[in-house]
Design a protein around this ligand. Structure first.
Ligand SMILES: Cc1cc2nc3c(=O)[nH]c(=O)nc-3n(C[C@H](O)[C@H](O)[C@H](O)COP(=O)(O)O)c2cc1C
Length: 179
């Protein structure tokens, strides 16, 4: 049974991206488990802190969940046409210590949602050098960039749009077939 670690790159309570991740968990094929990881407790990366105290507990937890998972699902907002700092900060911390070992060869599915008309296309592109540097295996068999998110999620950030849900279901099923 494949296990996928799912991370949303937003700290917002009613986040579209966190909602998209929950929807992904709900539509995953039978026998596939998408386990949602927590990035709220990850501090800002500080090399002095790392030298003095090692990796924070929140980072170690994420690393061990990534190690145990068959794949990583990243659901990323787009900030200023690029990667949101909080998400990059988390991945940077996770890459420290033995981190590269956990990313190397790991299948990654990358999706995102935005209220704009372009649905995180540039944000997703901005992740490419990071995922390559971490030696992940980015899945390129399909893409999901949810645009106009304001009309597709409710006020709590739950996905309400049936078409997007169907696209997500098909995409995850395709991804899972490769695991
Ligand atoms: C600093 C900042 C920069 C942003 N830049 C973009 C952008 O370049 N493209 C875009 O589509 N949305 C941009 N947005 C809007 C986000 O897509 C929107 O806030 C979205 O709700 C964030 O995702 P979330 O709902 O998961 O928190 C930006 C928002 C912030 C706070």
């Amino acid at each position: 049974m494949p296990t996928i670690l799912g991370l949303s790159g937003s700290l917002r309570k009613a986040s579209f991206n966190a909602g998209l991740l929950r929807a992904a968990r709900d539509v995953a094929p039978d026998g596939t488990s998408i386990e949602i990881g927590e990035i709220h407790d990850v501090p800002l990366y500080d090399a002095d802190d790392e030298k003095a105290n090692g990796l924070p507990e929140a980072v170690k937890r994420l690393q061990s969940r990534l190690d145990a998972a068959d794949a990583l699902l990243m659901v990323s907002p787009e900030y200023n046409k690029s990667i949101p700092g909080v998400f990059k900060n988390t991945i940077d911390w996770m890459s420290r210590g033995d981190g590269l070992k956990y990313f190397t060869g790991k299948p990654v599915m990358l999706i995102g949602a935005s209220p704009s008309g372009f649905g995180t296309i540039l944000g997703q592109n901005a992740w490419l050098p990071v995922l390559r540097t971490l030696r992940t295996r980015l899945w390129t068999g399909g893409q999901l960039m949810v645009s106009g998110a304001g009309d597709k999620f409710d006020e709590d950030g739950n996905l309400t749009d049936g078409e997007t849900r169907d696209q997500l279901r098909k995409l995850i099923a395709e991804f899972v077939k490769t695991l």
